[in-house]
Every structure is written in C-alpha cells, then in structure tokens.
Design a protein around this ligand. Sequence first.
Ligand code: HEM
Ligand SMILES: [Ca+2]
Ligand SMILES: [Ca+2]
Length: 292
Amino acid sequence: QLSATFYDTSCPSAMSIIKSGVTAAVNNERRMGASLLRLHFHDCFVQGCDASVLLAGNERNAGPNLSLRGFGVIDSIKTQVEAACKQTVSCADILAVAARDSVVALGGPSWSVPLGRRDSLGAATATQVINSLPPSTDSLAQLISAYASKGLSATDLVALSGAHTIGVARCRGFRTRLYNDTNINSAFATALQANCPRATGSGDGNLAPLDTTTPSAFDNAYFTNLLSQKGLLHSDQELFNGGSTDSTGRSFACSAAAFGSAFATAMVKMGNIAPLTGTQGQIRLSCSAANS
Ligand code: HEM
Ligand SMILES: [Ca+2]
Ligand SMILES: [Ca+2]
C-alpha cells in the first residue's frame, strides 16, 4: 500500500531535490521530460515499478529499451537524494516522481504520487521485456489486452498514450505506417517520407515528433492530431480508427481538462503495477546496480 506522505518524516527534502533536478534537466533540453516519462512506463510494464529498467544489463539492452534515455539525470538526482538521506528513497519512487515533475515542467497536469516502492534485486530478461511492452505494430484489440493484463482499462490506454504529446520516435518505428497504412493524412505522410525512406536500414534513426503540432508541450494536441489521421505510430492511430476508443479520443481532443484528469488517474494506476513494498527488494545506493 503506497502513500503520498511516505517520505514526509524520513526524507522531507526528497520531493524538492527531485523537482529541481528534473526542472534543470528539462530547461536544458525539453525532450528530457519525455525521456524521463517513458522510463517510468518501461519500468512499470516490465516486472512492475521496481526500477528494474535502470539496472545495467539484459533488461536495459533489450530491443525496446535501447532508445531509452535519461539514466544520467536519474543517477544525478539519486546522488543528491543520497547526500540528504542515506539509503532511504528508492530509485523506483524517484522515477515515479520524476515522471510527474516532467509532465508538470512541460505544462501538463499535476497529481500526488503515491510512494513507498522499493527497488528490485535484479533485472528482467530481454524476453520478458519483449513480452511485456506492446509493440507499435499492435492492433487496438492487442493494445487493450496488453493493458488489461496490467490492470489498466481501455480509457487508461487512451489517456496514457497521450504521453505521446511530447517526445520523438525513430523512423524505423513508423516507416511501415508511412508506406503501408491507409488511415494516414497524405500530406503528413509525404512530409515525413522525406526524412524516412522506404528502404529498411536507410534513415532508421531519423527522428520525428510524436505530436506534430506541439512536440514539447504537454497538451491535448496529440488527440486533435488523431482526429485528422496524423498519429505518428500505427498504435497511436489505432486508438482513433473507427473502434471502441474513438469516443474517448474525441473527448480528450475536445477537452484538455478531461485529458489531464484521465492522464493523472491513469498514471497513478500505472505507478501501482506490482510495486515491491515493506521489506521486499531493497533501497539501492546507486540506481544502476543492485547493492553488493
Ligand atoms: C500504447 C503503447 C505504446 C507504444 C506501442 C509506444 C511506443 C513508442 C515508440 C515506438 C516510441 C519511439 C521509440 C523510438 O523510436 O526510439 C515511443 C516514445 C515515447 N513513448 Fe511510447 N508507447 C506506448 C505507450 C507509452 C506510454 C504509456 C507512455 C508514458 C506514460 C509513453 C511515453 C513515451 C514518450 C514520452 C516517448 C518519447 C521519448 C523520447 O522522446 O525520448 N509511451 N513510444
Ligand atoms: Ca520494472
Ligand atoms: Ca503536445
């Protein structure tokens, strides 16, 4: 059972240290806010919110995790938190708070983060990573079932996908959509094709914003884009493609407030996936390695 006041007496400065670290990193590079938010998602979906994603090794080296970034920002925040309160604040909680502070730094909603997660003793395998994170080639039905397996609803799926209102993706992740999908705005596809050639291997790493309208503001433009078939990933456009989630997407496109509150609710739910609590796991001294 997590609690928002978990560190109030044991480490009262933790929240402000994390917030300053995140704000400084985002002011230096806006994209870092997106990268920190994605780290928390990749942590929670694989073996629960236990900071397993931060451990050097198999999990971090698995395909879907190779483009993760922000490890250095988390390490530096952890160093400052350790200096204030020795072995008290978990890396898993730092990730959850950093995700919230990133959203706030980019103009999105705020919420109170339940705390008290502990850190895993080990990482997941590459196979576990691949089986736990839905690929962007998934259909709506596959996405709904992947989220259901984590206790998240179809509304949570749509709300959490709104995280793609910030950040970027590599050509290799949206090439097939540009050349094969039919539910894509043609001017949008043509413009993206210039920097993402059809041939596999050419321009694989070229980046495009997930939200073509406001790539570094946390707003609801991701959903207005979906209404005009300008979702970047196949999985993004699946959420608004004539299926059961259309009405949710339309409501988030119409109301930034409705999106913000559903996003906050869904982030708390995602942050509650299989946490280690009590005497389980450990409080790591360094986020990239289990204690020796
Ligand atoms: C619904 C299933 C999801 C799929 C299939 C998916 C897929 C992807 C892909 C393919 C990328 C680009 C990676 C690259 O090319 O390097 C990406 C980036 C990103 N994802 Fe997702 N994602 C999903 C859900 C989420 C959720 C739930 C969050 C957070 C709550 C999230 C946050 C992000 C962010 C912020 C980025 C940009 C990161 C950066 O610029 O460094 N995604 N996602
Ligand atoms: Ca994890
Ligand atoms: Ca945006």
